[in-house]
Design a protein around this ligand. Structure first.
Ligand SMILES: O=C(O)CCCC[C@@H]1SC[C@@H]2NC(=O)N[C@@H]21
Length: 192
Protein backbone atom coordinates (compact mmCIF):
# COMPACT_ATOMS: atom_id res chain seq x y z
CA UNK A 1 0.00 0.00 0.00
CA UNK A 2 2.78 2.41 1.06
CA UNK A 3 4.89 1.33 -1.92
CA UNK A 4 2.10 1.96 -4.36
CA UNK A 5 1.62 5.45 -2.88
CA UNK A 6 5.33 6.21 -3.28
CA UNK A 7 5.22 4.88 -6.83
CA UNK A 8 2.20 7.08 -7.59
CA UNK A 9 3.96 10.10 -6.16
CA UNK A 10 7.02 9.41 -8.31
CA UNK A 11 4.91 9.09 -11.47
CA UNK A 12 2.94 12.24 -10.67
CA UNK A 13 6.19 14.18 -10.10
CA UNK A 14 7.77 12.81 -13.28
CA UNK A 15 4.80 13.94 -15.37
CA UNK A 16 4.73 17.36 -13.70
CA UNK A 17 8.43 17.74 -14.58
CA UNK A 18 7.86 16.48 -18.15
CA UNK A 19 5.13 19.10 -18.64
CA UNK A 20 7.64 21.76 -17.59
CA UNK A 21 10.08 20.39 -20.18
CA UNK A 22 7.26 20.50 -22.74
CA UNK A 23 6.88 24.23 -21.99
CA UNK A 24 10.52 24.86 -22.89
CA UNK A 25 10.07 23.22 -26.28
CA UNK A 26 8.13 26.04 -27.91
CA UNK A 27 7.77 28.05 -31.07
CA UNK A 28 6.86 31.67 -30.30
CA UNK A 29 3.65 32.82 -32.00
CA UNK A 30 1.60 35.96 -31.28
CA UNK A 31 0.21 35.68 -27.68
CA UNK A 32 -0.14 31.84 -27.65
CA UNK A 33 3.06 29.92 -28.43
CA UNK A 34 3.16 26.47 -29.92
CA UNK A 35 4.46 24.09 -27.20
CA UNK A 36 4.78 20.39 -26.48
CA UNK A 37 3.03 20.53 -23.08
CA UNK A 38 -0.12 19.07 -24.59
CA UNK A 39 1.68 15.86 -25.61
CA UNK A 40 2.63 15.27 -21.96
CA UNK A 41 -0.98 15.92 -20.94
CA UNK A 42 -2.11 13.26 -23.45
CA UNK A 43 0.45 10.80 -22.09
CA UNK A 44 -0.38 11.60 -18.46
CA UNK A 45 -4.10 11.00 -19.04
CA UNK A 46 -3.42 7.81 -20.99
CA UNK A 47 -0.82 6.28 -18.71
CA UNK A 48 -1.52 7.54 -15.18
CA UNK A 49 -5.30 7.31 -15.06
CA UNK A 50 -7.66 10.19 -14.29
CA UNK A 51 -6.73 10.87 -10.67
CA UNK A 52 -2.94 10.80 -10.98
CA UNK A 53 -3.05 12.63 -14.33
CA UNK A 54 -5.05 15.42 -12.68
CA UNK A 55 -2.62 15.47 -9.76
CA UNK A 56 0.39 15.71 -12.08
CA UNK A 57 -1.04 18.81 -13.73
CA UNK A 58 -2.09 20.36 -10.41
CA UNK A 59 1.45 19.86 -9.09
CA UNK A 60 2.79 21.48 -12.28
CA UNK A 61 0.47 24.48 -11.90
CA UNK A 62 1.22 24.88 -8.18
CA UNK A 63 4.99 24.69 -8.70
CA UNK A 64 4.70 27.38 -11.39
CA UNK A 65 2.43 29.62 -9.34
CA UNK A 66 4.83 29.23 -6.41
CA UNK A 67 7.48 30.95 -8.54
CA UNK A 68 9.49 28.37 -10.48
CA UNK A 69 9.64 29.46 -14.14
CA UNK A 70 8.09 26.26 -15.51
CA UNK A 71 5.46 27.87 -17.75
CA UNK A 72 6.14 29.13 -21.27
CA UNK A 73 6.43 32.69 -20.01
CA UNK A 74 7.91 32.13 -16.57
CA UNK A 75 6.03 31.58 -13.33
CA UNK A 76 4.76 33.25 -10.17
CA UNK A 77 1.32 33.90 -8.75
CA UNK A 78 0.58 36.75 -11.19
CA UNK A 79 0.75 34.19 -14.01
CA UNK A 80 -3.01 33.76 -13.48
CA UNK A 81 -3.31 37.06 -15.35
CA UNK A 82 -1.40 35.77 -18.40
CA UNK A 83 -3.60 35.07 -21.44
CA UNK A 84 -2.35 31.47 -21.59
CA UNK A 85 -3.16 30.58 -17.97
CA UNK A 86 -6.52 29.11 -19.06
CA UNK A 87 -4.72 26.40 -21.02
CA UNK A 88 -2.93 25.33 -17.84
CA UNK A 89 -6.30 24.91 -16.12
CA UNK A 90 -7.39 23.08 -19.27
CA UNK A 91 -4.41 20.71 -18.93
CA UNK A 92 -5.59 19.63 -15.46
CA UNK A 93 -9.22 19.11 -16.51
CA UNK A 94 -8.21 17.61 -19.87
CA UNK A 95 -5.79 15.13 -18.29
CA UNK A 96 -8.56 13.99 -15.95
CA UNK A 97 -11.06 13.59 -18.81
CA UNK A 98 -8.57 11.58 -20.92
CA UNK A 99 -7.85 9.25 -18.00
CA UNK A 100 -11.54 8.92 -17.21
CA UNK A 101 -12.45 7.92 -20.79
CA UNK A 102 -9.64 5.34 -20.91
CA UNK A 103 -10.59 3.89 -17.52
CA UNK A 104 -14.08 3.28 -18.89
CA UNK A 105 -12.52 1.01 -21.55
CA UNK A 106 -12.08 -1.98 -19.23
CA UNK A 107 -8.97 -4.17 -18.95
CA UNK A 108 -7.83 -3.62 -22.50
CA UNK A 109 -8.92 -0.22 -23.81
CA UNK A 110 -8.83 -0.10 -27.62
CA UNK A 111 -6.50 2.13 -29.65
CA UNK A 112 -9.54 4.04 -30.84
CA UNK A 113 -10.45 4.82 -27.23
CA UNK A 114 -6.98 6.29 -26.59
CA UNK A 115 -7.32 8.47 -29.68
CA UNK A 116 -10.89 9.57 -28.85
CA UNK A 117 -9.84 10.31 -25.26
CA UNK A 118 -7.01 12.55 -26.48
CA UNK A 119 -9.33 14.35 -28.88
CA UNK A 120 -11.80 14.92 -26.04
CA UNK A 121 -8.91 16.24 -23.91
CA UNK A 122 -7.91 18.58 -26.74
CA UNK A 123 -11.47 19.88 -26.89
CA UNK A 124 -11.52 20.52 -23.12
CA UNK A 125 -8.12 22.30 -23.17
CA UNK A 126 -9.16 24.65 -25.96
CA UNK A 127 -12.68 25.16 -24.54
CA UNK A 128 -11.09 26.56 -21.38
CA UNK A 129 -7.91 28.07 -22.85
CA UNK A 130 -9.22 30.01 -25.86
CA UNK A 131 -12.01 31.97 -24.09
CA UNK A 132 -9.51 32.76 -21.32
CA UNK A 133 -7.23 34.39 -23.91
CA UNK A 134 -10.16 36.55 -25.03
CA UNK A 135 -11.10 37.59 -21.49
CA UNK A 136 -7.49 38.26 -20.45
CA UNK A 137 -6.76 40.47 -23.47
CA UNK A 138 -10.03 42.37 -23.39
CA UNK A 139 -10.83 42.62 -19.69
CA UNK A 140 -7.67 42.88 -17.62
CA UNK A 141 -4.69 43.37 -19.94
CA UNK A 142 -6.17 46.35 -21.73
CA UNK A 143 -5.39 44.93 -25.16
CA UNK A 144 -8.71 45.13 -27.02
CA UNK A 145 -8.75 42.21 -29.48
CA UNK A 146 -11.63 41.00 -31.65
CA UNK A 147 -13.08 37.53 -31.22
CA UNK A 148 -11.96 36.59 -34.74
CA UNK A 149 -8.35 37.59 -33.99
CA UNK A 150 -8.45 35.59 -30.75
CA UNK A 151 -9.90 32.67 -32.68
CA UNK A 152 -6.86 32.76 -35.00
CA UNK A 153 -4.26 33.15 -32.22
CA UNK A 154 -5.81 30.92 -29.55
CA UNK A 155 -7.32 28.16 -31.66
CA UNK A 156 -6.70 28.07 -35.40
CA UNK A 157 -2.91 28.50 -35.30
CA UNK A 158 -2.22 25.40 -33.18
CA UNK A 159 -5.27 23.12 -33.15
CA UNK A 160 -4.41 21.30 -36.39
CA UNK A 161 -1.02 20.17 -35.10
CA UNK A 162 -2.52 19.30 -31.71
CA UNK A 163 -5.12 17.05 -33.37
CA UNK A 164 -2.37 15.22 -35.27
CA UNK A 165 -0.38 14.91 -32.01
CA UNK A 166 -3.50 13.64 -30.20
CA UNK A 167 -3.95 10.89 -32.79
CA UNK A 168 -0.27 9.89 -32.90
CA UNK A 169 0.10 9.95 -29.11
CA UNK A 170 -3.11 7.93 -28.74
CA UNK A 171 -1.83 5.22 -31.09
CA UNK A 172 1.52 5.12 -29.30
CA UNK A 173 0.12 5.45 -25.73
CA UNK A 174 -1.66 2.10 -25.81
CA UNK A 175 1.70 0.31 -26.08
CA UNK A 176 3.27 2.28 -23.20
CA UNK A 177 0.11 1.79 -21.14
CA UNK A 178 0.45 -1.98 -21.25
CA UNK A 179 4.22 -2.03 -20.74
CA UNK A 180 3.97 0.36 -17.78
CA UNK A 181 1.00 -1.41 -16.25
CA UNK A 182 2.92 -4.69 -16.39
CA UNK A 183 6.00 -2.99 -14.87
CA UNK A 184 3.87 -1.35 -12.19
CA UNK A 185 2.45 -4.74 -11.23
CA UNK A 186 5.99 -6.16 -11.06
CA UNK A 187 7.28 -3.29 -8.90
CA UNK A 188 4.34 -3.60 -6.54
CA UNK A 189 4.78 -7.38 -6.35
CA UNK A 190 8.53 -7.15 -5.68
CA UNK A 191 8.23 -4.40 -3.07
CA UNK A 192 5.22 -5.92 -1.28
O1 LIG B 1 1.60 29.56 -20.51
C1 LIG B 1 1.74 28.35 -20.65
O2 LIG B 1 2.71 27.74 -20.18
C2 LIG B 1 0.68 27.59 -21.38
C3 LIG B 1 0.86 27.61 -22.86
C4 LIG B 1 -0.28 26.91 -23.55
C5 LIG B 1 -0.11 26.78 -25.04
C6 LIG B 1 -1.38 26.23 -25.67
S1 LIG B 1 -1.69 24.56 -25.20
C7 LIG B 1 -2.82 24.31 -26.48
C8 LIG B 1 -2.28 25.06 -27.66
N1 LIG B 1 -1.31 24.26 -28.38
C9 LIG B 1 -0.11 24.81 -28.40
O3 LIG B 1 0.89 24.32 -28.96
N2 LIG B 1 -0.12 25.97 -27.75
C10 LIG B 1 -1.42 26.24 -27.18
Amino acid sequence: MRNSKVFSLVLVSIFAALTAIGAFIKIPLPVVPFTLQIVIVYLAGSILGSKRALQSQLVYILVGLAGLPVFTQGGGFTYVLQPTFGYLVGFAVGAFVIGYIIERGGEEPSRLRFVVANLAGTFVIYAIGAPYVYFALNFWLDMPTSASKVFMMAFASTVGVDIVLAILTGLFAKRIYFILNKKMMNVLEVTK
